[in-house]
Write a protein that binds this ligand. Structure first.
Ligand SMILES: [Mn+2]
Length: 410
């Protein structure tokens, strides 16, 4: 039971509304997950909801995804939740998120697509019904190159990754110093972030960690003044670096076949004064199973039949990996025939030969599921680029993508 004095925070991230998996719409799953989330907020009498980035999957999400988001906010208005903090992720468009910022402020919903000009404007004061200060939240969205002025002006010679690392650490230090100056040390301080902290474990192969797949910040670099850091970006829920108070909530639904082994959920964090009283992970039900089935053709058939026998709410989506050393004629057709009366949908077929080069293994279906950077790397490899060259090429390509991102925003 929630104690009267307790301040209850709900930490979630990486909704990726509007996502398509191999051209398949996720809207049913997203709607079910958001309905579940709203019910949880009401049941658990949550005071503050924090969404740490990647609300939407793309910068220009379909209207149905936007509607889902605003319907959720509308229902939140009449719940126990008194504050909502939404910070942008690398998938979000800062300007799109912020378009209704002033309107939403009227409901105590705080939106940060990108960082405001003044550091102090990132600090949200959470007060109780009597107006007493209960908590401070330092809202930090995904920081783009242009937000990280420190690294750029001070250390011209640094490469991009070093600039990002230095700039990020500096940003949190500035916020920390400001908080220490402005607020009594009896108040709990919460920070947010959408970044890759060192020690974080991505799902088997999360598709969208793109800053060179490298860590951006060490857990020790978050100033001590923070009592909890609510992170987004890595889709697997976890605490980082042995520190219980620095966490990724993970995504709300599995966003690819590589994420199906993770439990998806949100954190409830209870504060009693400055002390964290309790942290609880609430698991989101699996509304649609995504499942990878691997083996030779007979094994696959057996596994599919076994899998199919269980009951689920939405038709499961299956990825099949066929292990074979020989060419199987009309494999696609054979598999589709195999599943035609089963209550599941075959989304992806891959063939795994033992002695095959990378480029040969890439079928058209695979190309769909690859990130831009993967495709670029494979292309470079096929031209015979050396590892040294690859490093330089990758950096240049990232800078180009980043520049295009920025351009989209303006
Ligand atoms: Mn994400």
């Amino acid at each position: 039971m929630k104690n009267l004095k307790t301040l209850r925070i709900l930490h979630t991230s990486d909704w990726h509304l509007g996502q398509k998996l191999l051209h398949r719409d996720r809207k049913e799953e997203h709607q079910l997950a958001l309905d579940w989330l709203l019910e949880l907020i009401i049941q658990e009498k949550v005071d503050v909801v924090i969404v740490s980035g990647d609300i939407f999957d793309i910068t220009n999400p379909p209207n149905v995804a936007r509607k889902m988001y605003y319907n959720f906010l509308t229902k939140l208005v009449n719940s126990s939740c008194r504050y909502l903090v939404v910070t942008g992720g690398n998938h979000d468009s800062p300007s799109m998120l912020e378009a209704p910022k002033e309107l939403l402020r009227a409901f105590n919903f705080w939106i940060f697509g990108s960082i405001p000009e003044k550091r102090e404007d990132q600090l949200i004061e959470i007060t109780d019904e009597q107006g007493n200060l209960q908590c401070v939240i330092a809202a930090v969205p995904f920081l783009r190159d242009r937000d990280l002025s420190y690294g750029q002006s001070m250390e011209g010679g640094l490469d991009r990754l070093e600039r990002i690392r230095k700039g990020l650490a500096h940003h949190y230090q500035e916020l920390g110093q400001l908080i220490e100056k402005q607020f009594p040390d009896s108040i709990p301080i919460i920070g947010t972030g959408h970044l890759y902290a060192s020690g974080a474990q991505a799902s088997d192969k999360q598709d969208n960690i793109y800053i060179g797949d490298k860590e951006n910040i060490e857990v020790e670099q978050f100033p001590k003044v923070f009592d909890y850091i609510a992170l987004g970006h890595i889709h697997r829920a976890q605490s980082i670096g042995g520190n219980d108070a620095v966490r990724y909530s993970g995504s709300l639904i599995p966003l690819s076949f590589s994420e199906t082994k993770d439990e998806k959920g949100v954190y409830l964090v209870d504060f009693n004064g400055k002390k964290i009283e309790n942290i609880e992970f609430k698991t989101v039900p699996v509304f649609r199973r995504l499942k990878t089935i691997q083996g030779n053709l007979e094994e696959i058939e057996e596994k599919l039949k076994k899998f199919e026998a269980k009951e689920r709410s939405l038709t499961p989506w299956i990825e099949v990996i066929v292990e074979t050393d020989a060419m199987i004629p009309r494999l696609d057709l054979q598999l589709r025939e195999m599943v035609k009366d089963m209550d599941l949908e075959l989304l992806k077929i891959r063939v795994q030969h033992q002695y095959q080069s990378l480029s040969e293994q890439m079928s058209m279906a695979d190309l769909d599921s690859l990130e831009v950077m993967d495709v670029f790397k494979k292309k470079c490899e096929s031209y015979g680029s050396s590892p040294d060259e690859m490093d330089a090429l990758e950096k240049t390509f990232l800078e180009l993508m980043n520049w295009m991102d920025d351009k989209d925003e303006q």
